[in-house]
Design a protein around this ligand. Structure first.
Ligand code: OGA
Ligand code: MN
Length: 278
């Protein structure tokens, strides 16, 4: 397989060509992992994958985690989580609502997601991009005083707080709360492979320890604003058959809106668990 890697931007993203992810071995996996680690986001186009292929590809990069939202698991392969606005026979095929604010994936877990694999089956011809930005760049640009302050800071990440922003959903049951207890992660995260530091930003439902809610939320929002400076955002325009992989240990991302009444979107997602942030 003649794999070529082409950077897509200064801080974020690369495209790998010459890859059929169903047919790769350990050497090709290493090459892709290296590109992903360097560029944070890896785009592979024109892939033909069943749900099992997607899960098998994810497993090459680490332990695939069971989806948090059981209501959106793919019935025939529960390791696949579905993002979609399609409703068939009264049943939503996937989650139509989440991911529209800048975030990293599943930061409220003790071992948050390292890699997310998102595969497009159907996508709208306009809107519905996924945008990415580098939180390494944010850390690198801090002055010495800010750096010292953030280096020492710890942040509460709460699934319950995140869920409360879902105005359309019933509150979490005590069982669900017990399944996802609040966790504390460092504000500054070290990439386990490169040693590079980034600001670790969950959704805006995380709270620095020792700060009031308003002050804490303002700090998180400010850091997210700097990270997502439009001059440094990479937007992926989806085509069916695209597989995009990102490393949540340094990248933030969000979905952009689309006309849900007019267009269908169907995406399959697999996530690989990472280390406890340090
Ligand atoms: C995700 C996510 C964005 C999108 O899968 O974690 O945020 O564009 N998706 O669907
Ligand atoms: Mn996400």
């Amino acid at each position: 397989m003649a794999i070529a890697i082409r950077p897509l931007g200064e801080h974020v993203g690369a495209e790998a060509t010459g890859v059929d992810v169903r047919a790769i071995g350990p050497a090709e996996t290493e090459r892709l992992l290296d590109a992903l680690t360097r560029h944070g986001v890896l785009v592979l186009r024109d892939q033909t994958m069943t749900p099992d292929d997607l899960v098998a590809f994810g497993r090459r990069f680490g332990p695939v985690e069971y989806g948090v939202r059981e209501d959106y698991q793919l019935p025939e392969n529960k390791d696949v989580y579905v993002i979609s606005n399609i409703v068939e026979n009264g049943r939503p095929l996937g989650n139509p609502n989440d991911g529209f604010a800048w975030h990293t994936d599943l930061s409220f877990l003790e071992h948050p997601t390292a890699y997310t694999f998102l595969y497009a089956i159907e996508c709208p011809p306009e809107g519905a991009q996924t945008e990415f930005a580098s939180a390494f760049r944010t850390y690198d640009a801090l002055d010495a005083q800010e750096r010292a302050r953030l280096d020492a800071m710890r942040v509460l990440h709460s699934y319950d707080m995140l869920h409360k922003t879902r105005k359309w959903a019933a509150p979490l049951s005590e069982d669900q709360k017990a399944k996802f207890p609040d966790v504390v992660h460092p504000m500054v995260r070290t990439h386990p492979v490169t040693g590079r530091k980034s600001v670790y930003l969950g959704p805006n439902t995380s709270l620095p320890i020792g700060m009031g809610e308003a002050e804490g939320a303002a700090l998180i929002a400010e850091l997210m604003d700097r990270t997502t400076d439009p001059r440094h955002v990479h937007a992926h325009d989806w085509r069916p058959g695209d597989l995009v992989v990102w490393d949540n240990r340094g990248m933030v991302h969000r979905a952009t809106e689309y006309d849900k009444a007019r267009y269908r979107r169907l995406m399959h997602r697999v996530t690989v668990r990472g280390e406890r942030p340090f």
